[in-house]
Design a binder for this molecule. Structure first.
Ligand SMILES: Nc1ncnc2c1ncn2[C@@H]1O[C@H](COP(=O)(O)OP(=O)(O)OP(=O)(O)O)[C@@H](O)[C@H]1O
Ligand SMILES: [Mg+2]
Length: 242
């Protein structure tokens, strides 16, 4: 199985604030890998480190065979990674363009697709998120939280990535919508063959759709393995540092 992402012995943080300690993770082609951990464990920091948005002190990050350790975001993204940041995030980065319509957002985000494939991809996105087709002419700033999150994920898909990193895509959504989102995440992997690194608070549902999982607690990987070999009891203990 080809490797999409490999993180080795990663030490990273923000300036002097050390967050990650000796972190190792791998994402193989076609996998959904779930990253779980309590608040403040460093999950977002790990994703930030991969795309050059946190400070890497040592270790190595390999994306699709390229060493991207310490490379700036635009160079890493070019290689085929889309990052849907947690919202709101502490960089103050909105994950959609408020003044553009849904359709304009999708077109503006397209990269790595030929002209002919752009409209085809928009159509495929409308098939997985039918609501976005209905909303195609609405300015993004008027979307509801759930709709906004659908659009943010879709903007990632417009980049035709090999790896899609989703940071808490279901945060703040109504329970019914949460289930829908999880099935869409699975569809994205199945239909587009995109590998997914998924950070989630909703551990039970994430473990259901994931192939493998990592549990990060206070900056260290405390579990790595099959999603079937970990249950909520074990997870709760790990979260408490036991
Ligand atoms: N841009 C930043 N600058 C400085 N410190 C930061 C920054 N972002 C996060 N931190 C700190 O790094 C630590 C890890 O935060 P991180 O956001 O990675 O955790 P997380 O596991 O994603 O948590 P959550 O589940 O709440 O999203 C926290 O102590 C946080 O305060
Ligand atoms: Mg986070």
């Amino acid at each position: 199985m080809a490797e999409v992402l490999r993180v080795e012995k990663l030490e990273a943080g923000y300036g002097k604030f050390h967050v990650l300690f000796g972190v190792d993770i791998v994402v193989n082609s076609g996998e959904i890998v779930v990253l779980l951990g309590p608040n403040g464990a460093g999950k977002s920091t790990l994703l930030n480190s991969i795309v050059g948005m946190a400070d890497v002190y040592s270790g190595r990050i390999t994306l699709l065979g390229h060493d991207v350790t310490g490379k700036p975001p635009h160079e890493v993204m070019k290689l085929g990674v889309a990052y849907v940041m947690q919202s709101p995030n502490n960089f103050g980065t909105p994950n959609i363009f408020g003044e553009l319509t849904v359709f304009e957002n999708l077109i503006a985000a397209s990269a790595g697709l030929s002209k002919k494939d752009v409209l085809k991809r928009v159509e495929e996105i409308y098939e997985i998120f039918p609501r976005l087709r209905e909303l195609r002419d609405r300015k993004a700033k008027f979307l509801s939280g759930g709709e906004r999150q659908m659009l943010a994920i879709s903007l990632g898909l417009m980049k035709n990535p090999k790896l899609l990193m989703l940071d808490e895509p279901t945060a703040g959504l109504a329970p019914k919508l949460v289930s829908e989102f999880f099935s869409v995440i699975k569809d994205i992997r199945d239909k587009f063959g995109i590998s997914i690194l998924l950070v989630e608070q909703n551990a039970k549902k994430a473990l259901e759709i994931g192939d493998r999982a990592y549990v990060l607690v206070t900056g260290r990987i405390r579990y790595s393995g099959d999603t079937k070999s970990i249950d909520e009891d074990r997870l709760a203990k790990l979260f408490l540092g036991q």
